[in-house]
Design a protein around this ligand. Structure first.
Ligand code: HEM
Length: 155
């Protein structure tokens, strides 16, 4: 029993070490994640459509949100398990949320990364990860089987 738990802990530590080496090779570290979150949400607040949606929900709670987003990205990048939130629930009931906000979010994230990412690989890693999560959030929040018509042409 004891050895099984030790084995699992060693396995988790090996995964974390590999993730850290992969991230560091692209120039991604905790300091960059802090900078990315600060810069990106600074720009979100200035954005004509995203800004009001975020601020209506987070007014008075921004410092908490920033901390959460840093721990979220750090968790995903370094497999640290530091973030234990529920992203789908967090986005449920955000007023004026709509599917077309996701491409705008991704475009702004991409622009931010073009400006500050330490390498092209780092930008590609953040974009691929964000696109996957955006797709999964869009499906969880907006998927409607009644509209899932294979004959329907994309808008
Ligand atoms: C149109 C796009 C999006 C909008 C308008 C949006 C809005 C929000 C808002 C308002 C919150 C705060 C919820 C609260 O604390 O009451 C939040 C939390 C969060 N968002 Fe988004 N979001 C968007 C896209 C994304 C994407 C693409 C990701 C991931 C790459 C993401 C990851 C998160 C996470 C991890 C949280 C924290 C959840 C928690 O409380 O544990 N969001 N978002």
């Amino acid at each position: 029993m004891g050895t099984e738990i030790q084995g699992r802990a060693a396995h988790a530590a090996a995964i974390r070490e590999r993730a850290e080496a992969e991230m560091n090779a692209m120039g991604i570290d905790e300091a960059f994640i802090d900078r990315l979150v600060e810069t990106f949400y600074g720009r979100v607040l200035q954005h004509p459509t995203l800004g009001p949606v975020f601020d209506a929900r987070l007014s008075g709670r921004w410092p908490e949100h920033m901390q959460k987003m840093k721990s979220f990205w750090s968790s995903v990048a370094f497999r640290s398990g530091a973030y234990g939130g529920k992203p789908v629930q967090a986005h449920t009931g955000v007023a004026n949320m709509s599917p077309d906000l996701f491409p705008q979010w991704l475009a702004l994230f991409s622009e931010t990364l073009s400006d500050i990412a330490p390498s092209l690989d780092a930008k590609a890693w953040f974009m691929a990860t964000a696109e996957r999560i955006a797709r999964s959030l869009t499906l969880s929040l907006f998927y409607n089987p009644a509209l899932d018509d294979p004959q329907r042409k994309p808008a």
